[in-house]
Design a protein around this ligand. Structure first.
Ligand SMILES: *[C@@H]1O[C@H](CO)[C@@H](O)[C@H](O)[C@H]1NC(C)=O
Ligand SMILES: *[C@@H]1O[C@H](CO)[C@@H](O)[C@H](O)[C@H]1NC(C)=O
Ligand SMILES: *[C@@H]1O[C@H](CO)[C@@H](O)[C@H](O)[C@H]1NC(C)=O
Length: 514
């Protein structure tokens, strides 16, 4: 079945009912209020002499979807959870190619709570994880910021042809309402004005369970294994048993009456939509006010996820994002090889927070550990350089350079091997960082033995507990595979309870990334 979505149906409603962002004095960056979105435009290219005259040839934009309803059905999050139903004005409108009629998809068929016949989000008309109007506003901002940077005839970086700009677009998303819709709304902001007649744009997607836009542990069992091994490291166990962790769990039990670690989702879908937080955690006063219970709980969750995304030279992230990097670099290679014709000028990838974390973390020191806000955008610009033959040949070995921008900040010079204070770095440096297996990754389970000899035990144990983490542990285990030990078996069986992860990644179709 082929359902194509016409551009005319981008947005059926964009009016936000009540004035948003009025219940709290300050909102976390995660919320992406208009003031926060305004800070995330594309900075002008800082001209440098080291790469000579340059011309922008291509942009890959990887976005996170905008604000959405809760994605996990484990509601209510805490006692006194705000009972306001989730109602969605914005619906997805679809038409089969053979039909002239439009169909609006409304999640309002089950409304009998007395018989337990309800949506996951009880009492409203929203799908689990559906894009909200707040999210539409955010993605329109994104579209307009890309328009200002790449599609303004006055811009030195004019990239898209003023005539039928969509012909040099490639649009990719995973098969979820919020990501598909986020990209469509962004494109409406980018060149909606140019669309004067009905038009069909392909959205490249795949079966969700097989897709690689987010980390997909179902598809790649080694990912699950790496995460579990990380949870068994001394580093993680110390963090998880720290005084802070104990205090926070105790606080949750006493004040919020929950005995499981809360999802980031619980905090953010509440505060970002002006729903009421329990008094005990209604103390957010900006990212600097670190004694806030709200922020302490949020940061506790964030660290649990981001620490394994970055651990051991981002081994997990590289394995998870290899195939997506391959898609991104296919376009980049076409830009370089074909010199100006058959490649997409703009490649838009609409994904998740974990997509952005994985891509950033896999470029060594670039990721700072902060959580990608709604509608985050990561831009990879490809510039043809040395057009005047005046580049610094020591720094630039090819004819192409890249600029990396994340939510308005140029990150290029944080990529190891790139010149300091320069926006453009040679593409070969990017490729050097991507020298891990991309499509040809190995997802098979690491062969960890259940027995080793007594002599190997102490050594393995020491290394396992050393700060350098399980990377060394894995190496040692692999190299001592033939040896064997009972202790190894004990260590591994201790990991078993942790196999039941609080999020049970990818266990069911509802367990999609955020
Ligand atoms: C209602 O249905 C949900 C989903 O099947 C189930 O998890 C829950 O236990 C049911 N509740 C009652 C009161 O039957
Ligand atoms: C962290 O510690 C808590 C409390 O002891 C435990 O329930 C949880 O499973 C631990 N998390 C991991 C990933 O091991
Ligand atoms: C790209 O093509 C232009 C003319 O079409 C040519 O002048 C230029 O040298 C080419 N650049 C590269 C890197 O091949």
């Amino acid at each position: 079945m082929s359902l194509l979505f016409a551009i005319a149906a981008f947005v059926t409603t964009t009016v936000v009912a009540a004035a948003p962002y009025t219940a709290y004095p300050v909102y976390p960056p995660y919320c992406s209020t208009p003031e926060q979105m305004q800070q995330r435009g594309v900075p002008p290219l800082q001209q440098g002499s080291s790469y000579g005259a340059s011309q922008l040839r291509h942009v890959t934009a990887v976005i996170r979807h905008g604000a959405r309803t809760p994605w996990a059905g484990n509601l209510p999050c805490w006692a006194d959870f705000d009972p306001q139903p989730w109602n969605c004005e914005l619906q997805t409108t679809i038409t089969p190619e053979v039909s002239a009629a439009w169909f609006r998809k409304q999640y309002d068929a089950l409304q009998s709570p007395e018989y337990n016949l309800t949506n996951e989000l009880i009492g409203g008309t929203c799908q689990l994880g559906q894009l909200l109007e707040l999210g539409v506003v955010q993605e329109l901002w994104n579209g307009e910021q890309l328009r200002d940077a790449y599609f303004d005839t006055a811009s030195p970086n004019m990239l898209l042809s003023p005539n039928k700009p969509w012909e040099s677009l490639s649009y990719r998303a995973d098969d979820e309402q919020r990501t598909l819709m986020s990209g469509r709304v962004l494109l409406k902001g980018l060149f909606g004005n140019e669309v004067t007649a009905p038009l069909t744009i392909p959205m490249h997607t795949a079966d969700y369970e097989r897709d690689v836009v987010g980390e997909n542990e179902n598809l790649c069992p080694r990912l699950t294994q790496l995460r579990e091994l990380f949870y068994g490291t001394d580093e993680f166990r110390q963090f998880n048993a720290s005084a802070e962790a104990q205090q926070l769990r105790d606080f949750q039990r006493r004040q919020l009456h929950t005995d499981h670690d809360l999802e980031l989702d619980c905090f953010m879908t509440t505060i970002c939509t002006d729903r009421t937080l329990p008094d005990a955690i209604n103390d957010y006063a900006g990212e600097e006010q670190t004694e806030s219970m709200f922020l302490r709980l949020v940061n506790f969750y964030i660290r649990q996820y981001t620490s394994f995304a970055m651990a051991n030279d981002a081994e997990y992230s590289k394995l998870a994002m290899g195939p997506l990097w391959a898609e991104i670099m296919d376009n980049v290679d076409r830009v370089i090889a074909e010199n100006g014709t058959a490649y997409p000028r703009l490649a838009l990838f609409s994904g998740h927070d974990t997509t952005i974390i994985g891509l950033l973390a896999s470029l060594s020191k670039v990721y700072d550990g902060s959580w990608p806000p709604y509608a985050s955008k990561l831009l990879l610009e490809i510039h043809e350089i040395d057009l005047d033959g005046r580049k610094d040949k020591a720094l630039y070995t090819t004819g192409y350079g890249f600029r990396l921008i994340y939510n308005g900040q140029v990150l290029t010079d944080q990529v190891e091997g790139c010149p300091k204070d320069t926006h453009i770095c040679d593409v070969s440096v990017l490729k050097r960082h991507l020298n891990f297996p991309l499509r040809d990754r190995d997802c098979s389970l690491l062969d960890i033995p259940t027995t080793t000899t007594a002599s190997g035990v102490a050594q393995v144990f020491d290394l396992f507990l050393s700060p350098s983490g399980f990377g060394v542990f894995v190496v040692v285990v692999l190299s001592s595979m033939a040896v064997g030990s009972v202790l190894m078996f004990v260590l591994l069986s201790k990991l078993q309870p942790q196999l039941i992860h609080r999020r049970s990644y990818g266990a069911a179709s509802q367990e999609n990334p955020e």
